[in-house]
Design a protein around this ligand. Sequence first.
Ligand SMILES: NC(=O)C1=CN([C@@H]2O[C@H](COP(=O)(O)OP(=O)(O)OC[C@H]3O[C@@H](n4cnc5c(N)ncnc54)[C@H](OP(=O)(O)O)[C@@H]3O)[C@@H](O)[C@H]2O)C=CC1
Ligand SMILES: O=C(O)CCC(=O)C(=O)O
Length: 478
Amino acid sequence: MKTSYINGAFISAGNNVLENKNPSDINDVVDRFSRVGRTETEQAVEAAAAAAPAWGTSNPQERFDALDFIGSEILNRREELGALLSREEGKTLPEGIGEVTRAGYLFKFFAGEAVRIGGERLESVRKGATVDVTREPVGVVGIITPWNFPIAIPSWKIAPALCYGNCVVFKPAELVPSSAWALAEIISRSGLPDGVFNMVIGRGSEVGDAIIGSDAVQAVTFTGSVNTGSMIAQRCAARMAKAQLELGGKNPLIVLDDANLEQAVDVAVQGGFYSTGQRCTASSRVIVTDGIYDDFIKLFVEKTQALRVGPALDENTQIGPVASESQLQQDLEYIDIAQQEGANLLTGGNRIEMDSDGYYLQPTVFADVNNEMRICREEVFGPVVTVSRVADYEAALAEANDTPFGLSSGICTTSLKYAEHYKRHAKAGMVMVNMPTAGVDYHVPFGGSKGSSYGPREQGRYAAEFYTRVKTAYQYAN
Ligand SMILES: NC(=O)C1=CN([C@@H]2O[C@H](COP(=O)(O)OP(=O)(O)OC[C@H]3O[C@@H](n4cnc5c(N)ncnc54)[C@H](OP(=O)(O)O)[C@@H]3O)[C@@H](O)[C@H]2O)C=CC1
Ligand SMILES: O=C(O)CCC(=O)C(=O)O
C-alpha cells in the first residue's frame, strides 16, 4: 500500500485505506493508499518548518539540480506516467501524456528561474545611501490541488515553491493520488534535504483543514471549487497568511460572422469537450453572431455527435469518462436544470452505458439560452456547452463579460480590429484569439479576474509574487 511522504521518508501504512478507482471502469482499482489525518499533517508541517531556514538560504545550484532532475525524469517517463494519469482521471492517453510533458517542462522552467533570482539596487533619494530590493522565500507553503490535472497543477505549484526557497506540504485530491504519489517518489530521489518536500494523503476536511489552520504555514495555494477556495482565503486572512486561489470559470467563446467557420467549430469543440469539459478554462458558453449562427450550429452539432466517447486508454477515444460518480451526477443535474429553464437540447444529455463500467456522458449542446439561466451562469465542469445568438460584436462582448467569473475568454474572427478590441475589453485574465479558451502555455502567467482567481498569478516569472516576500534594505556608506 502506498503512503504519505513526511520528513524525507515514506511513512508506514495505517489502516485507513483509500482505493483509487479507474473512472473508465470502476472495477479496476488503480492502487491503494493509506490515508493520514491531522497528527501526521502536523508532523509534516513541523518537518517543513524545521527545514525552512536552511532551504531558504540554499545555493541556487542546489535548487536547479533538484528541479532539473525532477523535470528530466518526468519527461523521460512521460508515456508511463501519462497512462497512469489517464487511468486514474479519465482523460485520453494523448491528453495524459500531454499533461505529464507539461509537468516536466514546468520543473525545467523553474530550475532555470532558480539561478535567475535577482533583485535590484537603487540610489537612495538620501545622499550617500543605497537601497537593495530583494526577494525572500515565504517559508512553508501549503499546496492543495484538485483532481482534474493530477500532475500539472501540483507541478506548477510545487516547482515555483521549491525554486524560490520554500518548503512544501502538499495535499493531492483524494480522487487522483497515483500521479501525485509518482511525482512525490521522483521528488524523494532529487537530492532535496529531508523536510523540504512533504506529501500528505488524506481527506480535505482533515488533512487540508490542518494545513490551512496551521500557524506554521505562511502561504496556501489552492485550485478547486469556489466554496472551498473562499473558505480557505478567509481562514488564511484571519491569521495573516498569504492565499492564492484558482477557482472556476464560465468561459465565453465568441464567434463572429467573419470567422473561419471550420476553425471556429474546431475551437469550440476542443475548448468545450476535450478533457471531458473538466477544465476551469473550458469554453462552456459559445456566443455566435446572427449571420453565421445557422451554419455554426449545424456544423457544431455534427462534429459534436461525431466525437468518440470511450475508455481513456482506448486509442480511438476522443472524450474520456467523467472523473467521478459525483461529478457525473452534477453534470446530469445541470442538464436537467437547463431543460427546466427552457434551453433547447440539440444533442447529448444522457449517460452512455458501455461494456466497461465507467462514467460516460454524451457531449451535450444547448441552444436558445439566455444569459440569466443558471446553465449560462454556473460552472458545470463537464462536457456541456450552451450556444446563444446575438446581433453583433458589441452584443457578444457584453454577454461574454456578463458573468461572475473571468478566467479565460475567446473570440474567433478574421478581423484585426475586433481581435485587438477584444483583447483589451474582455474581462478575463486570459484571452484567446482563434484558439480554444482551454490549454495554456507553461511559461506565462495563468489566472483570472472576478470570481475565478484570488491573489497573485500562477506560472511563469509572475509566480515569484506569491512564493516570495519583498525586502527593501537601505544602507548608508560611511
Ligand atoms: N478550478 C478547477 O480547476 C476545479 C474546479 N472544481 C469544481 O469544484 C467542484 C467540486 O469538486 P471537488 O473535488 O469536490 O472540489 P474541492 O474544492 O472540494 O476540492 C479541491 C481540493 O480541496 C480539498 N478540500 C476539500 N475540502 C477541503 C477543506 N475543507 N479544507 C481544505 N481542503 C479541502 C480537496 O480534498 P479532497 O479531494 O480530499 O476532498 C481537494 O484536494 C467540481 O464539480 C468543479 O465544479 C473542481 C476541481 C478543479
Ligand atoms: O486549460 C488549461 O491548460 C489549464 C486548466 C486548468 O488549470 C484547470 O482546469 O484547472
